[in-house]
Every structure is written in C-alpha cells, then in structure tokens.
Design a protein around this ligand. Structure first.
Ligand code: SF4
Ligand code: SF4
Length: 275
C-alpha cells in the first residue's frame, strides 16, 4: 500500500508524522519511507539514518554550436523557463539552474545548432534508521524539483514489491512536485493545524487529492493550539474524515530535536485506519 503524507502548508509536521508512522508500521511490517520533499529532505535526520548516495539525477541542457547559430532568437522565445538569454545580435547562452530539459529550444532551432549536454540536478540516497529510506535531493540553485521527485520515485519502484507499505513524504503545497509525489498513492494523509492558514491550505490539498482521485484523511497536528471549527468545516466539505489529533507537546519536540521518530497514540490510530 502506498500512503502519501502531505499537507498544503509547510511546517505542519508532515515529516514528523511520516517518520512516526513508518517507524510504527515497521514494527510488524516491511516499510519503505520515500522522502520526496527534495528541496529540503529531513526524514533521515528525524530517523538518525545514515545516507549513502546511490545515483545522480541528470537532465538535458542545450549546447549551442556557434558555428551553426544564426542568432535568430527562436530558442530564447521558445523557452518557457526564461533559461536562455540572448542580447540582440549576440549568441544565446543558457542559465543552467533555470533549464528543465524540456528540449523546446532544440526543436525550434531552424539550423540544428543545439545539441544536448547533461547536467546533474540532484541525487538519490538510501539509508536505514527505524525503517528503510530513499530520499531525493535537489541540487542548490536548481529551480524545478519535479524531475528529481520523478527520478526518486522511479528508483524506489524497483524495490517497492519487497515492502508492505511505501510511505511517501511529499513537499508542502499543491505545486507540480507535490502532484508528482502524490500520483500513484492509494491513500493520502493531509496533515494540518488548527489555524486559518492551516484550514485554507487544507482546502487546497483536499481539492487536489480529490481531483487526483486519491482518498484523503485529515490529521490535525498541534490540535490544542486553537479551535478546530474551520478544519472540521473544510474536512466536511471534502468528505474527508479527521482520523487523529496530536496535541502540542514538549515531549514530541524533544523527540524531534533528538532525531527520534515520535511515539503517540494518534500514530497508532492512523495506522489502524489504514490497515
Ligand atoms: S531545454 Fe527547455 S528549459 Fe532548457 S533551455 Fe531549452 S527550452 Fe529552456
Ligand atoms: S534557435 Fe538556433 S539559430 Fe536561433 S539563436 Fe537559437 S541556437 Fe541560434
């Protein structure tokens, strides 16, 4: 079973819950945790897992043949990422960090002056803490993280059949890397907190999981910091159940800061709902 732990808002405790759930389920089952928050992966820190690099993630980048180039500017106009810079009358050049490797520039070049080079845009790591872990990391400065998310997913797919559960920790938000991470999940856990922003972002993530056809449950983290009326209303709107609540607790913060997955009866409750 593939379980995505997600949430529209950053800082709600997705990684805390993903690692805790992985650690709990791994007591009786084979569990693979897949950290796809590739801009800022931190599950290995919570699990105190040592990581080893297993592969680079590479992407195509254009290489300009200046002997062929007629400085027409079509490549610059075709690049939706504004990764090609060209001053009128000069040769174009590429800003590697902005290039997503879409090849549009190569396709439109009228004189075949563009060939392909490779650039490393990220890495894939494996490790083991309380559970097995695969994590993708985006190279600093690179803009588009979906390519690394997809590469880490493809790498993990080779091993998934050896596990009872694959827990996917997505980035926050509802943008492309989150969609890439969610695709293929059997169920999603939307982690939120009882604040107006938490409720607003819960609405967005439940809207997204609904559009992707993924059944979603809601978990309220720091559940006692404010009233939960807005969260209940949002969950009802999307016909999602609130399956667990985790109160604000110094013990949880201590576990987190010491690199240990949290233990709380709410984690067992989540596991029971998913079983
Ligand atoms: S490959 Fe795509 S993103 Fe990269 S420079 Fe060419 S058009 Fe722009
Ligand atoms: S499209 Fe081709 S010929 Fe035109 S500026 Fe770009 S590389 Fe040069």
């Amino acid at each position: 079973m593939k379980i995505a732990v997600t949430g529209g808002k950053g800082g709600t405790g997705k990684s805390t819950i993903a690692t805790a759930l992985a650690a709990w389920l791994s007591k009786k089952s084979r569990v693979l945790l897949l950290d796809l928050d590739v801009d800022c992966p931190n599950d290995h820190l919570i699990l105190s897992a040592k990581l080893r690099k297993v592969s680079d993630v590479k992407s195509m980048i254009p290489d300009f043949d200046l002997k062929k180039c007629i400085k027409c500017g079509r490549c610059r106009k075709a690049c939706m990422e504004n990764a090609i810079v060209q001053v009128k009358g000069r040769y174009p050049f590429v800003v590697p960090e902005q290039c997503t490797g879409c090849r549009a520039c190569k396709i439109v070049c009228p004189v075949n002056a563009i060939t392909e080079k490779e650039q490393v845009i990220g890495h894939i790591f494996r490790g083991r803490g309380a559970t097995d872990l695969i994590t993708g990391t985006l190279k600093p400065g690179i803009e588009e993280s979906s390519l690394v998310v997809n590469a880490a997913k493809r790498y993990a797919e080779k091993y998934e059949s050896s596990y009872d559960y694959v827990i996917i920790d997505t980035a926050a938000g509802t943008h492309c890397p989150v969609i890439s991470a969610l695709l293929g999940a059997d169920v999603a856990i939307a982690v939120t907190e009882p604040t107006p922003l938490g409720s607003h972002d819960l609405d967005l993530i439940l809207d997204l999981t609904g559009k992707l056809g993924i059944k979603a449950h809601v978990v309220i983290n720091r559940s006692d910091i404010a009233g939960r009326d807005d969260i209940e209303k949002t969950a009802r709107k999307h016909k999602a159940n609130i399956i667990a609540e985790i109160p604000y607790s110094m013990r949880i913060i201590k576990n987190y800061s010491e690199g240990r997955p949290i233990t709380h009866k709410a984690i067992r409750k989540i596991a029971d709902v998913l079983a």
